[in-house]
Design a binder for this molecule. Structure first.
Ligand SMILES: [Zn+2]
Ligand SMILES: [Zn+2]
Length: 1301
């Protein structure tokens, strides 16, 4: 129990409960069975047990308030503040114990919010005991005096973390002790005293009778009141001890009492009489310090007097007016429970004794269901160990009240895995265990196992009991066993009475016969599935699924199953279905889990999905969709969340020219001799040697992976971390280059207007032919660092600065830089002179400065800044690999285009050029030839039509701001004419494709960036793409060609369409939200009505309705004609190019992202032209897509969005792409040694020799040699396979496949 951190453990009491306990608690009997009724929680109760809560003789307190010492709120609406401290000082008018209740808000911290009835979350304080002092045990902790005998002190705090309230209750004894009062309270004693005194001095007492206690008490009260009211010592009257009334009332018997009250004996010699010295009681001095005590004494005396019997009052002729004020209201107001909604106000709180269930929940019987439910939750939270018992309490009350709300609450708790205490006890009994056993978990698990072995039919019941026990012991080990619904293979064999050696068809036969025998079909199917999984037998797996789908036990139809898993789109991928299932399961209680399992099973059966059915049994199972065979592609293991990496790698593997060049890399490897390096230009810039080395390392890694994809007999292989990093990260120099180059727009004409964000510029892959503003030489120790912290923007200034900062100016770089500048200048001269007919390569840098593109009418959302601030990653050869997290974080921040650009760039760097483009010096190679296209951009300046040529590696399109659009509409945005602002005048500009690459990449840019809110968002609107597209309409052609004329026609139509649509919108929707025609008709109706009514004074033009009719007709005709025109225009637009089908492209790959921007899951669908199969490449699983709507119909599946498409040229697609490329060695198990099968070995015989030369391995020229020996394929060779060297010797010059060297 600590205060500052507020970790109080244990049950609490709501304030009404606490108050009731306070009233029932008799401090004269502080303990009963070791518990304190007020301070301690109510003891647990079981059916039939009688726990006497209090004695009948206990005082049910009548608390009265001490007005002077009470400060309580006036009403429940009074709002406390951090200085608030309510004090209610009370005493019981029966037993006269004192109870001071302090409600303290002074620990209020910022942001706290005390409980109050108006707050639905915490309507009442729920008080937990944090300290308790019993004077008998710890007298030293209590400050006690003659005047105040504190016997108990209890300190509570509210269990709500947001509530500062603490409550202290101080209990003290009556000020006047009974033994002191006895001489005046006992009537016989008082009477005897009187008689004795009268008899001793009859003359003196003549006419007087003995007194009664009431009179004595009355005298004492007068003495005290006089004492209290005396202003100073002189005003206090001494009491002569010989005073007759005093003698009769008190005499010598009460000396102890008077002394306790502070009276002092004074003796005065009296010269006048002979009776000796006179004795007086000198009253005490009443000060501020002790006045409370005398107040209390007076009230006690009043109370005693009030309680004297009637006979005494008659004798004394005293009718005591004594009406102390009840304190309960003040206590309730201070505790904040004066008013709260109750079950029924009719119940008399004071008389009703609450059922122990209410007591245990810290509640009272008049709580309504909501409050009980709340109190149950509080109690469970504060005292989790006893949750089962509290559930029993709630359940008992629910039954007792017949409350359906509470019953529901109980059911919900049960289905969330809560067990009642009774159920837990029964569960222990089921296994014959003592509920309080100290046996370890293993013992109980053992009992469970032996039980289900001996009585398999009880398995389900036993499992439920075990779950209850797991809960009560909070044992995860037991829970795991109880939740394990899998069937072991042994169990499966036993269940089907077959053995591990039984052939698959026999197993099937047994299963079918069992089904006919009316066995539990689910179980038969499950047993089959378990065996199928264990054997990796997919035929058996499917049979199991079929059996299961015929299971009559499930009445769930397939539609309901999808509904139950909340899946709206039935053709979602298995992956998606499973994701929905898992997220539901994560939050479901045990009760609902079964229903989700059933739904997944029904879907799994319906689809005959091995994946779903296996995951059903074991969500963690690694599902291998299809066995690895020569005609199936294999998967890529996810190496941490490296987003689209696997999709990209799988895709590149299907691009034949790229795959071939990677697999035969040694034939294409760029030489590192300085002469060649110097000449190399990739993406319009010089490439440093270190960059080439890095790039070759990348291709070497890619080579190993491709080899694995080709030859592994496993279902999947794993990309290396090195490969992941080299794929996702570009080099610092390259990043800087990009920033430098993109600071001036040079894409297709309107892209820069689309991407009008000041902080982000798109990258369209390495661009041709932009020459660097400044070449970017690379420091030799190639730092793979992508960004500087804080370098958020891609603005040109900062990137320039960064670029400069990066350079430790080595002389080599300077030389290169000068070369570059010179090169650029020469290039520019050429451009200037060639500004005529030929399309020219324009350095984007030069034209951009005087060209400002006017934003398109369709304004595209800005893109997110690639904010890599704080992510500084350095890797070099020696450095440890970066963490998964960082890789993932970085990967998600990278644009997929950027990564593809990086891959292309690295490939080009690593490869020997096939030729060099004359004008730019740009290297031509297989990557460029396959993936790069170019546009000609025409700008109509005042005098001339200016042309420039721009290369691209992909086309970036956008979804419509609202609703779906098709791919042509999206592409039109790139190629339609638009107006740009050049040199303060406008000019028409359009782009045409001057060169189509064999493979076209289209990026669907879905991420937009809200620069005000600084958040990225995803536009999920569909961009519909067909399997075949024709690009003729965008091709470059002569000014007066048919194509160009048609294009211009469409541009005109589109502007007409825009006007018509605007007019249509205006007519169809007036300000009043009705169409113009409707408005006119309504007006006419109104006018007609005016005419009929012939309202006096309203003159209606008789022609008005007629003219309204005319107008209505006109408008209707206009609306109809506009609709017709629009339809016609749209049809024209649709049909304008349908006859142009020369440039046909087929969809080959669709990259999918699911989730929000900056996260989620990625996969790719790739089409296999040979077999007419679409496959889903989902990390380690590659599966056939049966339902193609999954790929093409995204209307409903809003969370899954295609973001990147690859189209391949129809005419020679066989040479361009190939989905399946496998060459699996015949003998499984020895694939680890088929290291020599690739041609690269032959190509590098000589270098192979140097491999053994240790000295050489350190230098750069030999660095790539190690790759002549690709890393062993996964899985690693088994130990009994001899090492490669040994093998090659032993086999006498043959490789592992037996082929001669
Ligand atoms: Zn009492
Ligand atoms: Zn509270």
């Amino acid at each position: 129990m600590t205060d500052g951190d507020r970790i109080y453990i244990g049950p609490g009491k709501t304030t009404p409960r606490l108050l009731n306990d306070l009233l029932d608690y008799d401090p004269r009997r502080r303990e009963r069975n070791g518990t304190n009724l007020l301070a301690d929680p109510s003891p647990h109760w079981t059916e039939g047990q009688a726990i006497p809560r209090r004695w009948d003789s206990d005082c049910r307190h009548e608390l009265k308030k001490n007005v002077d010492r009470t400060s309580a709120p006036d009403s429940q609406d009074t709002v406390p503040d951090p200085s608030t401290k309510y004090i209610v000082s009370t005493f019981c008018s029966e037993c006269h114990y004192y109870f001071d209740i302090v409600v303290d808000y002074t620990r209020w911290r910022d942001g706290q919010n005390p409980c109050r009835v108006s707050d639905s979350v915490n309507p009442l304080h729920h008080l937990q005991l944090i300290d308790s002092i019993d004077a008998r045990r710890q007298p030293e902790r209590l400050v006690r005096s003659n005047h105040k005998t504190i016997v108990e002190w209890h300190h509570f705090a509210c269990s709500s973390p947001s509530c500062p309230v603490q409550v202290a209750i101080e209990i003290s004894e009556p000020r006047l002790k009974m033994d002191m009062l006895a001489p005046i309270l006992n009537a016989a004693t008082v009477r005897a005293r009187g008689e004795r005194e009268i008899a001793s001095e009859p003359t003196r007492f003549e006419g007087l009778s003995p007194l009664n206690p009431l009179q004595a008490l009355g005298y004492l009260k007068v003495y005290i009141n006089n004492t209290k009211s005396a202003l100073d010592d002189s005003g206090r009257k001494r009491i002569a001890k010989r005073n007759k009334k005093f003698v009769l009332a008190f005499g010598e018997d009460c000396n102890v009492l008077f002394e306790f009250l502070g009276f002092k004996t004074i003796i005065e010699e009296s010269p006048e009489t002979e009776e000796g010295p006179a004795h007086f009681w000198q009253p005490p001095t009443v000060t501020l310090d002790n006045v409370a005590f005398y107040d209390d004494v007076v009230s006690e005396l009043s109370n005693q007097i009030f309680q004297r019997p009637l006979i005494e009052k008659q004798t004394a002729r005293q009718w005591v007016q004594y009406q102390p004020i009840p304190a309960k209201r003040d206590i309730e107001l201070s505790l904040g429970c004066f008013y709260y909604p109750t079950k029924s106000r009719a119940i008399d709180l004071d008389s009703a004794e609450d059922h122990p269930h209410y007591l245990s929940l810290g509640t009272v019987g008049d709580f309504n269901d909501d409050y009980l439910s709340w109190a149950y939750d509080r109690q469970c939270e504060c005292d989790p160990v006893n949750r089962p018992y509290y559930l029993d309490c709630l359940s008992g009350i629910a039954t007792g009240r017949q409350s359906s709300d509470l019953q529901t609450k109980v059911v919900m708790a049960t289905s969330a895995g809560e067990f009642g205490k009774q159920q837990i006890l029964n569960s222990y009994r089921f296994f014959g265990i003592d509920p309080y056993t100290k046996e370890p978990d293993d013992h109980i698990i053992g009992l469970f196992k032996s039980r289900i072995e001996s009585a398999p039919r009880q398995k389900d019941e036993a499992r439920n009991c075990l779950l209850a026990i797991a809960k009560s012991r909070d044992s995860s080990a037991i829970r795991a066993v109880a939740n394990d619904r899998t069937m072991s293979v042994e169990e499966a064999y036993e269940f089907l009475s077959v053995t591990a050696d039984t052939a698959a068809d026999s197993v099937e036969a047994v299963a079918v016969s069992l089904i006919f025998d009316d066995s539990d079909k689910t179980k038969v199917a499950q047993a089959m599935r378990v065996i199928a999984n264990a054997r990796g037998d997919h035929a058996l797996q499917r049979t199991a699924a079929k059996l299961e789908s015929r299971n009559p036990g499930s009445s769930l139809d397939i539609g309901e199953a999808y509904q139950r898993l909340q899946i709206k789109v039935r053709h979602s991928s298995d992956e998606t279905v499973f994701a929905y299932y898992q997220s539901l399961m994560a939050e479901a209680g045990e009760g609902s889990k079964d229903s989700y399992r059933e739904a997944l099973r029904v879907i799994g059966c319906d689809r005959a999905s091995n994946f779903l059915l296996t995951k059903l049994d074991n969500p963690d199972a690694e599902v291998l969709a299809e066995p690895s065979t020569a005609n199936q592609p294999i998967g890529l293991d996810n190496i941490g969340n490296t987003c689209y990496l696997n999709s990209l790698l799988q895709y590149y593997y299907t691009v034949k020219p790229v795959r071939d060049v990677v697999i035969n890399f040694e034939n294409h490897r760029m030489s590192l001799n300085d002469e060649d390096v110097k000449k190399k230009r990739v993406g319009g810039r010089i490439v440093a040697k270190s960059e080439i080395i890095k790039a070759q390392k990348f291709v070497d890694e890619l080579h190993s992976l491709f080899e694995n994809l080709k030859t592994a007999s496993t279902h999947s292989v794993k990309p290396t971390r090195e490969l992941a990093e080299l794929t996702i990260f570009s080099s610092a120099a390259e990043a800087n280059f990009r920033r430098a180059s993109i600071s001036s727009p040079s894409g297709p004409p309107n892209l820069s207007s689309i991407l009008n964000s000041p902080v982000y510029e798109p990258v369209y892959g390495p661009q041709l032919p932009p020459l660097p503003n400044r070449p970017s030489p690379i420091p030799e120790d190639d730092i793979e660092m992508v960004d500087h912290p804080g370098d958020k923007t891609m603005a040109d200034d900062s990137s320039e600065a960064t670029l400069v900062d990066m350079l430790d100016p080595p002389s080599y770089d300077d030389a290169v830089a000068k070369d570059g500048d010179k090169f650029r200048k020469e290039e520019k001269k050429e451009i200037m002179s060639a500004l005529d007919d030929d399309a020219v390569m324009v350095n984007s840098d030069d034209t951009a400065s005087d060209e400002k593109v006017i934003p398109m009418p369709e304004k595209q959302p800005p893109l997110p800044p690639r904010n890599k601030a704080g992510l500084v990653i350095q890797t070099n050869e020696n450095n440890s690999l970066i963490s998964d997290d960082e890789l993932w974080r970085f990967g998600t921040q990278q644009d997929v285009t950027e990564v593809i650009g990086n891959v292309n760039f690295r490939l080009s760097c690593a490869l020997e050029p096939t030729s060099i483009e004359e004008r730019s010096g740009e290297q031509m190679d297989i990557v460029r030839d396959t993936l790069y296209g170019s546009n000609t951009i025409y700008t109509q300046k005042s005098q001339t039509l200016e042309k420039k040529l721009e290369a691209w590696a992909n086309l970036m399109v956008f979804p419509a701001p609202d609703g779906p659009r098709d791919i042509y509409e999206a592409l039109d945005v790139l190629f339609d004419e638009q107006t740009v602002d050049i040199d303060n005048s406008t000019a028409a500009q359009h782009a045409s494709i001057s060169q189509l690459p064999p493979i076209i990449h289209i990026q669907i840019q879905r991420t937009a960036f809200d620069s005000v809110r600084q958040v990225a968002s995803k536009n999920r609107n569909a961009v519909n793409f067909p399997e075949t597209i024709y690009l003729d309409r965008y091709m470059d052609s002569g000014k007066d060609s048919i194509l160009m004329r048609r294009r211009r026609e469409t541009w005109r139509w589109k502007s007409q369409l825009k006007v018509l649509e605007a007019r249509q919108a205006a007519l169809n929707k007036t300000i009043a939200d009705i169409s113009v025609t409707d408005a006119l008709i309504a007006t006419k109706d109104y006018v007609e009505k005016l005419q009929e009514d012939e309202i006096l004074g309203v003159v209606v033009d008789p022609n008005l309705t007629e003219s309204l009719d005319d107008r209505t007709l006109e408008v209707t005709e206009e609306v109809e004609s506009i609709s017709r025109d629009i339809a016609a225009l749209k049809q024209n637009l649709n049909e304008q190019f349908t006859d142009m089908r020369q440039y046909e492209y087929k969809l080959q790959a669709v990259f999918i992202h699911r989730g929000e921007s900056g996260g989620g899951h990625y996969w790719v669908y790739i089409y296999d032209f040979e077999n007419d199969i679409w496959r889903d490449y989902n990390d380690e699983r590659v599966t056939e897509v049966k339902d193609r709507r999954r790929i093409f119909d995204y209307q409903g599946a809003a969370s899954e969005t295609p973001y990147y498409l690859a189209y391949v040229r129809s005419s020679d697609r066989k040479d361009l792409v190939e989905a399946v490329c496998r060459d699996v060695p015949e003998t499984p198990g020895v694939q680890g040694v088929d290291l020599m099968q690739t041609s690269l070995v032959n190509a590098n015989d000589t270098e192979l020799v140097t491999l053994s030369d240790d000295e050489d391995t350190a230098n750069i020229s030999s660095r790539h040699v190690e790759h002549a020996k690709p890393r062993p394929l996964r899985p690693k060779p088994t130990p009994d396979i001899v090492s490669w060297e040994a093998q090659s010797i032993a086999s006498g010059g043959c490789d592992a496949n037996g082929n001669p060297w």
